[in-house]
Design a protein around this ligand. Structure first.
Ligand SMILES: [Zn+2]
Ligand SMILES: [Zn+2]
Length: 345
């Protein structure tokens, strides 16, 4: 086996696969990029060639604009194999957001899986994570502390609906990311039987439209901007976290402010943002999922891109898995702005 350390390297632009001549989720514009998913910290504008899943490419075009989403875009279906120079590349679902993929690379009889961001909890808006046996597993570690155990999303949605039942005259506004979290909340609400219109902030509408185009049904959505206060009494409104404390929120009827994020597990974070109804709903693997995934893929080595790498590497070492911190800087800010980052994932 040609050890992956000799051919998959950390460079200032990001993780570089030398024999393939491509970067994975590069942090700046490069000649050839393989992109795991369309969040802004992974899918940067201006690459020459981009390889990704078809849904990720559709989301990138909507976010970045047709001309900034890669001069040449190539879609790779789940399980299709493509040879890029000396490397065989395929994509497997990561279960993080629509289109999110793990990048599987085979070279010199070694197989490396770069998982991007991932989660293991079922999510009706995307294809579930598929464990792939490998020699090196590259993982994020956003929630890699034992305190981060995400509850069942269904239970969190019931807390929201209970609050709506308790305060039928108030608007329930829930802060969430434009890409992924918003559409997941909507489908979770639909599954829980909420069939009334869901009101969305203008900043979320574009991504919802792409999801619909890609076949994820969201039910009736209405623009919250411009709605009368009386229409929003008793309604559920979704908005980007930044809008909650904004002038924008004044249109809401005596709002109950919620936020859907894995960080809501940290009560202090919720309190400091004036969140009354913290919903612990995350698109990232929690502590148990991270560790279970390491065991499932069976890699003797795990490389950790960003997050709480020490804790994960320590837990891996106890099971005989060699850990390595890549300390990639620039990931973890899923949407623009430090404010969003603070309540991010
Ligand atoms: Zn992400
Ligand atoms: Zn990320």
């Amino acid at each position: 086996m040609i050890h992956p350390e000799t051919w998959l390297k950390v460079q200032p632009q990001g993780l570089f696969c030398e024999p393939g001549g491509f970067f994975i989720d590069p942090l700046c514009a490069v000649d050839r990029a393989v992109v795991t998913h369309a969040h802004s910290d992974h899918a940067r504008p201006g690459h020459r060639a981009v390889l990704a899943s078809a849904d990720t490419l559709a989301l990138m075009r909507a976010r970045l604009g047709e001309d900034r989403a890669g001069e040449t875009q190539q879609a790779l279906g789940w399980g299709e194999t493509l040879r890029i120079n000396d490397v065989e590349v395929c994509l497997r679902p990561a279960g993080h957001v629509l289109g999110s993929a793990q990048v599987v690379m085979a070279y010199g009889s070694a197989r490396v899986v770069v998982s991007g961001d991932y989660k293991r909890a079922p999510d009706p808006t995307c294809v579930g994570f598929e464990p792939v046996a490998c020699d090196v597993f590259v993982s994020e570690a956003t929630f890699a502390l034992p305190v981060f155990v995400h509850p069942a999303p269904k239970a969190e949605i019931h807390r929201l609906l209970n609050s709506v039942a308790l305060f039928p005259e108030r608007t329930h506004v829930v802060g969430c990311y434009a890409l992924g979290k918003c559409q997941r909340l909507i489908t979770l609400l639909r599954q829980a039987g909420w069939d009334r219109p869901i009101w969305v902030h203008g900043a979320l509408a574009g991504m919802c439209a792409v999801y619909e185009t890609c076949g994820v049904a969201l039910g009736e959505l209405r623009p919250a901007t411009g709605a009368a206060k009386r229409e929003l009494a008793g309604a559920i409104v979704l908005a980007p976290p930044g809008a909650l404390a904004d002038r924008w929120a004044r249109r809401l009827a005596d709002p109950v402010v919620g936020m859907a994020s894995g960080w809501m597990r940290v009560r202090q974070r919720a309190r400091s943002r004036g969140v009354e109804l913290p919903l612990v709903i995350s698109d990232h693997a929690d502590w148990n999922e991270l560790n279970a995934t390491l065991d499932e893929v069976g890699a003797p080595e795990v490389w950790v891109t960003h997050g709480r790498e020490e804790a994960l590497i320590h837990a891996a070492a106890r099971r005989g898995i060699r850990g390595r911190a890549l300390r990639l800087v620039g990931y973890g800010e899923e949407d623009q702005g430090a404010e969003v980052e603070a309540v991010g994932a």
